[in-house]
Design a protein around this ligand. Structure first.
Ligand code: AMP
Ligand code: MG
Length: 430
């Protein structure tokens, strides 16, 4: 690594300072009861305890025969123990007979263990299969191997006991938690609600999808990359539209964004922009225009728009270049959404990877380099995905991570390790 002392001409905020300022303005949202099928990724807003036993009764872990273990003591392949099959019981039914000495009840996985029985002999340890093949009526069964008391029985309350505290408030609901809640019979779940994120793109050059593109215009990419990022991190995107670089248009769209939890805009916040965006945002609230010590995505606006006398709508103004908007989203909007949802771990997951190509950092800002991470043997390797211009969105599409070159580090050589924030884990060959 090559480093130098910083000698910045402008007063820049570090990524951490910018993030802290932003997160200080974000508050955990209120709670609601949601149908369990809508709860994935939500955070529990109350402790959950059980009022039932799971399993609710002793039941069979295998398809087999409910027996008295002692009856099977002398069983072997050569000297099977013959028991009288007096009944059968299926999952969902209750047994109608009791097991007494020298008898067995045919039982299916999950069916309640009949009174009298204290073990289950799986089919595999009997001559059930041969009997079936010969189409014999099952009056008796040969037990080929002894079982001990309690073998193949799942006990009432073995997993959960009535009165147990199951999940604490603050638990993130993953499929396994949702499965447990369903096991306990919860239909509606108390959770922190999902944030609604309003999205506005700004710029006279932008054309919405479906419209014919005119000379000098480009399609609006940011609205859709931002909306899908919102969805990815568990928010609801609300696409407000494209604001032209004039007061009326921007005011009009801002009015439509007031009812949501955060407003994310893109473009219009860098040095060369029409002052119109900055002026309007400043008139309608309290917005700061920052230079953040990062590349891409140096210019960021942050603050709030006044909704009413006491209510404020947090605003995050991302840069216009499509990669800058996405990188800034990952650093600032993602943790904001997570905080609103009640998450407490806000850092992006990262791996240490071995660089496949040398990285140079010309101006000493913190660099986020688009890389493709692959695991080879026990190590992760990261390779830059090509042109790193902040307008080159295809190199973002080829990447599954952002390698972080620290500020003031001017070079990291091929073969050295670098921290990579993972964007996706499941994409390995793009
Ligand atoms: P600005 O921040 O307004 O100076 O925009 C910086 C660059 O990003 C310009 O080349 C814009 O045309 C481009 N840009 C701004 N908004 C979008 C958008 N929504 N989709 C694609 N490119 C955009
Ligand atoms: Mg612009």
């Amino acid at each position: 690594m090559t480093t130098k002392n910083p000698n910045f001409s402008e007063n820049m905020l570090s990524v951490e300072e910018a993030r802290e300022n932003i997160l200080n303005m974000m508050f955990v949202l209120n709670t609601e009861y949601l149908p369990i099928s809508d709860c994935l990724g939500h955070v529990l807003s109350e402790d959950i305890s059980s009022i039932i036993h799971v399993p609710p009764w002793n039941n069979s872990a295998m398809d087999g025969f409910a027996v008295i273990a002692n009856d099977t003591k002398s069983a072997s392949e050569n000297t099977p123990v013959k028991l009288n099959v007096i009944d059968s019981v299926y999952a969902g039914d209750m047994p109608s007979s009791k097991v007494s000495p020298n008898t067995a009840i045919r039982i299916m996985t999950g069916a309640p263990v009949p009174d009298g029985a204290n073990a289950v002999v799986p089919f595999e340890q009997t001559n059930e299969i041969q009997q079936k093949a010969n189409k014999q009526h099952l009056d008796t069964i040969d037990i080929l191997k002894p079982v001990k008391e309690n073998d193949y029985i799942r006990f009432r309350g073995e997993d959960i006991k009535s009165g147990d505290n199951i999940f604490k408030k603050g638990t993130i609901l993953r499929p396994s938690e949702i499965g447990v809640l369903a096991t306990l019979g919860f239909k509606d779940i108390p959770v922190i609600r999902k944030p609604k994120i309003a999205i506005i793109s700004t710029g006279n050059e932008l054309t919405d999808l479906g419209e014919t593109i005119q000379l000098g215009k480009i399609y609006d990419a940011n609205t859709y990359s931002i909306a899908s990022s919102v969805e990815k991190y568990g928010g609801t995107p609300i696409i407000i539209g494209i604001a032209k670089d004039n007061e009326e248009s921007l005011n009009d769209l801002l009015d439509k964004a007031l009812d949501y939890d955060i407003l994310v805009t893109s473009a219009g916040v860098s040095k060369g922009d029409y002052d119109i965006v900055k002026n309007i945002l400043s008139q309608r609230g309290n917005i700061e225009f920052w230079s953040v010590n990062m590349k891409p995505a140096k210019p960021i606006a942050f603050g709030w728009i006044n909704k009413s006398k006491n209510e404020k709508l947090p605003l995050l103004g991302l840069p216009g270049n499509p990669v800058s908007a996405m990188v800034a989203f990952e650093q600032f909007v993602r943790p904001s959404i997570l905080k609103l949802k009640g998450y407490t771990k806000l850092d992006k997951p990262s791996v240490n990877a071995i660089l496949k190509n040398t990285i140079t950092n010309e101006d000493g800002r913190r660099m986020y380099i688009r890389v493709l991470v692959k695991k080879e043997g026990v190590d992760y390797y990261a390779e830059a995905t090509g042109n790193q211009g902040s307008h080159v969105l295809t190199s973002m599409a080829k990447a599954n991570g952002l390698a972080v070159c620290p500020e003031n580090v001017l070079e990291i050589k091929s073969g050295q390790k670098i921290e990579v924030q993972m964007i996706d884990w499941h994409v390995d060959d793009l």
